[in-house]
Design a protein around this ligand. Structure first.
Ligand SMILES: Nc1ncnc2c1ncn2[C@@H]1O[C@H](COP(=O)(O)OP(=O)(O)O)[C@@H](O)[C@H]1O
Ligand SMILES: [Mg+2]
Length: 295
């Protein structure tokens, strides 16, 4: 029996005090993986990534799972992943991918490799004037200001010409500015889940009425989605542009530009939620891909 680690954290593990508002996603992932893994002779060990090192004994491969609090302590997280890897555990996705994926500046690299990305201005800080400049550059009235390092839409701002921030306002984090793409509220964001480089399933995520963030914490909802061959190809092209070997899992989030083409919003390679409800075969696909790796 091979033992597979599923790294979680204190706020996603059940029974550990106060859980995050989206901890139900952890439960859905485990519910999808456990039966498929045991059918393949894989034992799933769900473990806090900050647990004592000896608790990782016997684990052959560790998925990054729901280690969602790594954002608060990225250095400790990477130190731990390096340590696990040094101890012979196959870390999926590996620390070098985590380092590459931790700052959204990787989108620049993808663009250089030919991927369709959302037009973006990269700034160390943003003031009201910087927001206006972005509006002029993109010839638009609405821009989204995001952190280069961030997740879950944390600290994000949607600014329109009618609601400009006050003169002394400053964003205060290394930032990226993008035109607001109206497709988010109309069509939603499309996510493509790849296991070992092959499309497992796709889904569509829509924001709550009046919001533009699709995260479940803001009332976003998901639905099944059958991509067209062109959409599948657009997501596959992002996978092809990744500058390393095929990762065990990846989620490519895309949003439609005004010309109808899909542009990559994020390539999530650290601990993406993989939406098992929209992909009933996810557990089996992961179990099969992992079996290949630990053979
Ligand atoms: N340019 C944009 N146009 C419209 N909506 C956007 C844009 N950028 C981000 N959003 C919304 O904000 C959410 C979070 O942005 P994202 O880039 O995915 O960062 P993260 O998920 O890492 O916080 C997206 O899922 C989407 O709902
Ligand atoms: Mg996102």
């Amino acid at each position: 029996m091979n033992t597979i680690g599923f790294l979680a954290c204190e706020t996603t593990l059940p029974g550990a005090g106060q859980r995050r508002g989206d901890a139900f996603e952890h439960d859905l992932m485990i519910g999808a993986l456990e039966p498929a893994f045991s059918a393949k002779g894989l034992e799933l060990r769900i473990i806090d990534w900050e647990a004592g090192l000896s608790e990782f004994d016997g684990i052959e491969l560790a998925m990054l799972g729901t280690a969602l609090n790594y954002q608060d302590k990225p250095d400790a997280f990477l130190t731990r992943l390096d340590k696990l890897a040094a101890n012979g555990i196959m870390v999926c996705n590996p620390p070098e991918i985590v380092r590459w994926n931790a700052s959204k500046t990787y989108l620049r690299e993808l663009a250089e490799a030919g991927a369709r990305t959302i037009p973006t201005l990269w700034r160390e800080t943003v003031t009201a004037r910087g927001v206006l400049e972005a509006m002029d550059t993109f010839e638009t009235d609405r821009v989204v200001v995001k952190r280069q390092v961030g997740a879950g839409a944390l600290g994000q701002e949607l600014v329109s010409r009618g609601s400009l921030p006050p003169k002394q306002w400053e964003f205060g984090h290394p930032a990226m500015l993008q035109p607001y793409l109206p497709a988010i509220a109309e069509e939603g964001e499309l996510s493509f889940i790849f296991i070992d480089g092959e499309l497992s399933h796709a889904l569509r995520k829509r924001p709550a009425d009046g919001d533009y963030r699709i995260q479940s914490l803001y009332g976003g909802r998901e639905e099944d989605y059958q991509p067209t061959p062109e959409e599948h190809a657009a997501s596959q092209a992002i996978m092809t542009a990744l500058p390393f070997d095929t990762p065990l899992y990846a989620r490519i989030d895309m949003l439609r530009a005004e010309d109808g083409a899909l542009q990559v919003m994020e390539a999530e390679l650290i601990e993406p939620y993989l939406y098992p409800e929209q992909g009933p075969e996810l557990g089996e696909r992961l179990a099969a891909a992992i079996s290949e790796r630990v053979r």
